[in-house]
Design a protein around this ligand. Sequence first.
Ligand SMILES: [Zn+2]
Length: 469
Amino acid sequence: MAFETSTFKTIDQPNRRTGHRTVSVGDSLYLWAGNQDGLPEVHDSEEKRRITSNIQHFTPSTGQWITRGTTGTPPLGIIGYCCTAINDLLYYFGGDCGHENCYHNSITQLDTVSLQWRELEPTDATRPVMMRGHGGMMSFEHDGAHHLLMIGGKGSKPAVKLPDYKYIELPNGAWRTNEHSIYNILSKKWSNPSIIGQCLPPAGGFIIEKINNTRAVLFGGMETDDKAKETVANNIYLLEIHVSISTVFWQCIKKRNAIEQWPVGRFMYGGAIIITGSDCPMLVISGGLDKHYDTLDDCWIFNITQHSWIKLDVPHSVSKRRSHSLSVFIMSPHCVWMITVGGYAYNFSGIDQLSLIDDINVVITELVINSRGGCLVGDTFDPKEMTSEYYKKKYWHIKGVCLEHLEEYQKPRKGNTADIEQTVQALMKRLEEKEIKLQEKEKEVQAFCQKMEQKERDEAEKDQEIRKY
Ligand SMILES: [Zn+2]
């Protein structure tokens, strides 16, 4: 039996892919579609349907992936689609069809219990909702109904250019927009909110993550101005939905000064929100492409309350990727497991194939977080390590159920639990030390800023004196 299980596991590792999204629902992660070997570059075919009828399901407690067949008809937008979970249901919007300039504006639901697809809205080229991919989506609840809000992306020529938003044609014939589309899942009605504030320009290749029912955070992306000039951005946007007046308020947060720690601009990166229950939501991002279309190799965490970034010291296997996905599991108030799936490890100009090796296609990274927003990197697990005894023990230890239930794990290798505790304590200690250093640095920065301000004041005074003459 044990042999069969391990064979099963090897078979069920997800294959290499890019341009996909992963969604966590409770103690489960769902992975669907994306660009992958063997997927025909066609609008529709039996083979495309066969491949996209499978969904990969990961359970962190066992470290195992299981490929599950679905029923019903999966959507055709298989790359750069938007996906979000509402309870046990996953919602997919739009996406790139995988062949020349073909995009969708369909909404399809996947029930994670029955694993049945249900098309709520088919793709419709005449609908005043731009057919697009590579944008963002969040869900919100209002008046007893769940809604989906889709923002921006790249896609086909819009059937209708709505007055509130911008639509820019790109040299290759595709269009980029900052269109906002709302879909009421209960009434099946579409609407378009007004926008107020410093709204995102037409953009794609970014991530939107929901902070609470009406707020979300967005970072970076490929932005396009009115003259179709492209900028790989590193702005943070905070947006808030005011449903009663059908308006979305936008706030843009930019890097304030030269010495501030802030990630460079990027698109096609991985991102996820971390909400541990304390009042300190954080956005974690990794990799992506920079303005030279080079693959980045870094990982950052943004404190949404303090508007500050911390760079995380993760292995290259985690951060050197683009077109990958990132999701998190909240393990405890102080521990988060971040799961990175797929992506390319090379540039566009590099090797023209899915380049990540199977050994690191999926990586779990442990983040230890304190209530003040500090964060340190703990263990990293590759697919092989996810089946180890240490992995299981660590999982259950963090979940706090190691004592009675996992006695059999502890018997043969006593002392390991103590080791884990020591590691966590050591990490917390290092985190505190790092924070003291950071506070000292902050004081230096403040002193520097004060000096600069004084200098400016002096110069202004001088200017006034000069003007007197
Ligand atoms: Zn197509």
